[in-house]
Design a protein around this ligand. Structure first.
Ligand code: GLN
Length: 509
């Protein structure tokens, strides 16, 4: 029985027209996000922490906390949008905060740097989850175009992620860091403009409006919530900045390294709370639901491990590229574009491959795809760890090894990330899908805790701006070999337990 009225929103290329506005808005938002990420670690090592012998360590700590918070904030942003603001206002608020963050980064000042990161953290929390959910709401339940809609959207993400490091990395190296950061900010404003023009042209219909005008306008502490929330969001930035600023002293003379800091502690606590909450849901669930939920938790866990290696791109791999890779056409920041370039090239062939295999009834089920994804990550790091054999006397290795790393890990990403996204929605009971999406994003947040741990182990201690050479190379290569081992073991374990996990999934493929 058809209960909803037929949607009349305009269509384009066989999809709701709104998709293309969200596509460009997200493309530009990711442009700003990845343009800035390409410069971040090098900027910290060469400018913010330049004077410290432990600058790698301090940069690793900030990068990890920034990454963890930037993804954890999406859970809060998603929740506030669901209950009060609605997706439209949340996306605007997030976009403005992120643009502000990027422009503040263009100011040459240490305190401004940490404040800027904080603005981006809060802004991403409002923007990222809501624009992704918005895509889903363009389609009715059971609309078969939804998967391909998400594939198109994932392409937008990666087109932004491919162009931005090339442009911002070039600007940063040629004219100065702050021009690169400034361009990221302009990218974010362009994204907002795309979204705004979609609203002006009325392509979203009623979609994304506040869930209840009464709640939206309701006064709390003397202010309507629609004003209070943006205000609190702005005010939370200095607080987060203060938290991150505490890293400024990491390794300064007289200060000891603290391996556990407030952000780590926060994540332990959130982790315990989420596990307890999940356990409670699972105990109460019907047996069939329980099995599927358990599987959803497992794939989220595997994804965390994968991102933990993958997100090293913006830290250790960028430093490795700067110090030990023979680069001629592009610079170290620009190598950050490679992952997204491969995703853009490979996503259509790989999705065609799944359809082809499905027709022959050979499409591997999710646990096998996840196992293989981790194995790809392992092989990618293994190959990079072999690059020492081709190193010159200055400890520089050929670019082709870095290219192989990015190629293989991107294949792994396509075996896991888009597949997992749709399986989470299939495996979770309807009433907690939104919460499970939050948990899915939290996997990226926890991944940055792994990134922090690894990058700190691979931090090179030196104030010499020409750090590099054979000694540095071997520290990195040993690290990559170890990462490869862990990723391979994880992948093989997942593959071995594949048949068991397959059973948990019931009818979900
Ligand atoms: N590259 C994807 C994006 O930016 C996924 C990143 C992640 O979840 N860690 O959306």
């Amino acid at each position: 029985m058809e209960t909803k009225t037929e949607r009349t929103e305009p269509q384009m290329f066989g999809h709701p027209k709104g998709l293309f506005y969200l596509f460009f808005a997200e493309l530009w938002e990711r442009f700003s996000f990845y343009g800035m990420r390409a410069l971040l670690t090098l900027y910290m090592v060469n400018v913010i922490f330049e004077a410290l012998s432990t600058r790698d360590y301090a940069a690793a700590a900030v990068y990890a906390s920034y990454g963890s918070l930037v993804y954890a904030s999406t859970v809060i942003g998603g929740k506030i949008s669901d209950s009060i603001l609605g997706m439209r206002q949340s996306i605007f608020l997030g976009g403005v905060l992120m643009a502000l963050g990027h422009f503040v980064l263009a100011i040459e000042n240490d305190m401004a740097f940490f404040l800027a990161l904080a603005f981006i953290i809060v802004g991403n929390g409002f923007f990222k989850p809501n624009i992704s959910t918005f895509v889903g709401t363009l389609y009715k339940d059971g609309d078969t175009r939804k998967d391909s809609g998400f594939t198109i959207f994932y392409m937008g993400i990666n087109i932004g992620g491919a162009i931005a490091p090339l442009l911002c990395g070039w600007l940063g190296a040629t004219y100065g860091w702050h021009y690169g950061f400034g361009l990221a900010g302009i990218g974010m404003l362009t994204g907002l403009l795309c979204f705004w023009s979609g609203i002006k042209k009325n392509v979203f219909g009623e979609g994304g409006k506040p869930p209840s005008m009464e709640v939206y306008e309701k006064k709390v502490l003397g202010l309507p919530q629609k004003t209070l929330i943006p205000l609190l969001a702005f005010l939370s930035a200095p607080l987060i900045a203060f938290l991150l600023y505490s890293y400024k002293s990491l390794g300064e003379e007289g200060t000891a390294f603290e391996d556990t800091n407030i952000v780590n502690l926060l994540f332990y606590l959130i982790g315990i709370a989420v596990i307890a909450y999940m356990a409670n849901i699972m105990i109460k669930a019907a047996p069939d639901e329980r099995k599927k939920l358990f599987m959803a938790v497992l794939i989220t866990f595997f994804m965390t491990i994968f991102w933990g290696f993958h997100e090293l791109h913006g830290s250790v791999i960028t430093l490795f590229a700067a110090r030990n890779v023979n680069l001629s056409i592009i610079n170290a920041s620009q190598t950050n574009a490679l992952n997204s370039i491969f995703i853009v090239i490979l996503s259509i062939p790989i999705s065609i491959m799944w359809t082809y295999l499905a027709k022959k009834r050979l499409n591997p089920r999710t646990p096998y795809k996840f196992g293989m994804g981790l194995v790809f990550a392992g092989i990618s790091f293994y190959i990079l760890s072999l690059s020492g054999a081709s190193a010159d006397e200055n400890g520089m290795v050929p670019f082709s090894y870095l290219l192989m790393l990015y190629f293989l890990i991107s294949v792994g990403e396509l075996f896991m990330s888009p597949v997992g996204l749709s399986k989470i929605t299939d495996l979770s009971p309807k009433r907690i899908v939104a919460f499970m999406m939050g948990v899915w994003f939290l996997s990226s947040a926890y991944a940055f805790q792994i990134v922090g741990f690894i990058s700190k182990q691979l931090a090179i201690e030196s104030t010499d701006s020409d750090v590099g050479g054979l000694d540095t190379l071997y520290i990195y290569l040993d690290g990559f070999a170890l990462i490869a081992k862990y990723a391979l073991v994880a992948g093989v374990v997942v593959l071995i337990f594949g048949p068991l996990m397959k059973r948990l999934m019931g009818n979900v493929h």
